[in-house]
Ligand binder design. Sequence first.
Ligand code: ATP
Length: 451
Amino acid sequence: MSVESASDAGAQRVAMDKLVSLCARRGFLFQSSEIYGGINGFWDYGPLGAELKQKLRQRWWQFTVRGRADVEGIDSAIVAHPRTWEASGHVESFTDPMVDCKTCKRRFRADQIDGEPCPEAPKKRAILDCDLTESRNFNLMLTTTVGAQEGAGQTAYLRPETCQPIFNDFKRVREAARQKLPFGIAQVGKAFRNEITPRNFTFRSREFEQAELEFFCHPSQREEWFDYWLGERMRFHRELGFQESSLRTRPHGPDELAHYCARAMDIEFLFPFGWQEIEGIHDRGDWDLSRHSEYSGKDLSVTDEETREKFMPMCIESSVGVDRTALALLVDAYHEETLEGGDERVVMRFHPGLAPVTVALLPLSKKLKPEVEGLEAELRQHFSLQYDQAGNIGRRYRRQDEIGTPWCVTWDFETADDRKVTVRHRDSMQQDRVPIEGVRRYLTDALEAAS
Ligand code: ATP
């Protein structure tokens, strides 16, 4: 079997090539610009992947912003004033060490080649034995030009993280929303990094999505809020349905900490290629607000209304990758099973609230379409629904299992007489006979029970 059981976290997980192929075949996600041979580090989400990501984003937004009185959501521009990235330190030091092979001209991350085989002759030598240049720093920011005058435009950057605009907007948002410390500002959106070696499917991409929360507090409360957010963020991941054995936290050692960071903890997921970060929780101190105050000349400190103490707020950050979490969900969901009678099935065991298709409506015959239309229209208002009338019913169930649809509703030849349909459950494959008027309620209750 190529999947592990829940009690067997160290064992082999789904082979990446199987997952990559399922994702392309079923339209979860695939290389961007495929018809031109693809572009390295960029990915397109198809109909199912777009739904999965949408549901993931919505859950994050509900958990982080809408469900709380002390967090405000924003949606900032991708391009910020270039001084932003000088203040944040990105222009100077958002770099990875890079080496070139003088023979094959390939580029490598200097800190990721230890023990790696040469891609040109993997059986013969290691990359470290190739004719490499000295390591030099490569800035990961993608640049663009802003302004209509050709050649004279201003160089700008596609944001390498979504949090800096939050610091730019700190004062405006605090005043507009009449928030007092402690409070947070959050946003979800695209970020861009010109990664030297994009790899492991979407895990390391050049364009990706981050969901970030910057939570501002008094200096005396920073440790307390760090611990609080670490607990909350682990709760978020558990509620996505990840197996407990697939998640862990890992504190950063002193040598890994960014110079402005007092404390950092990664939340890691067990991918087929090992434990890897999906989220970072960071105590950024007052670095960002202080630097933006200095570079913009606008004082971003706050004054406590009661004590009149003036101070620069401290910031606790939660930064999660939407694409990395979606990849973790795909890995975690993938199961191969042998059924009674020897049939094999691939089933994506997504949390029902995240499954791209919540309900499939399957009339036993094409001729039943006119009868089924009313139920289809009703269910489409409330659930993501797929209508499938092609092929034998067993094959249709397999197709739905493979994309992780938690419930299939089958309209058969008896439905006209008893006014009942069959609801089939993805995981147990149990079937219930449910009156047509009760189907919507039945599915709503099942979805709520699973959340
Ligand atoms: P890594 O060490 O893996 O490059 P990082 O420590 O640079 O990650 P952060 O800057 O803390 O990552 O970004 C926060 C989150 O954004 C990460 O936990 C990850 O989920 C996501 N992320 C960062 N870089 C990428 C990327 N190139 N592709 C996809 N997601 C990314």
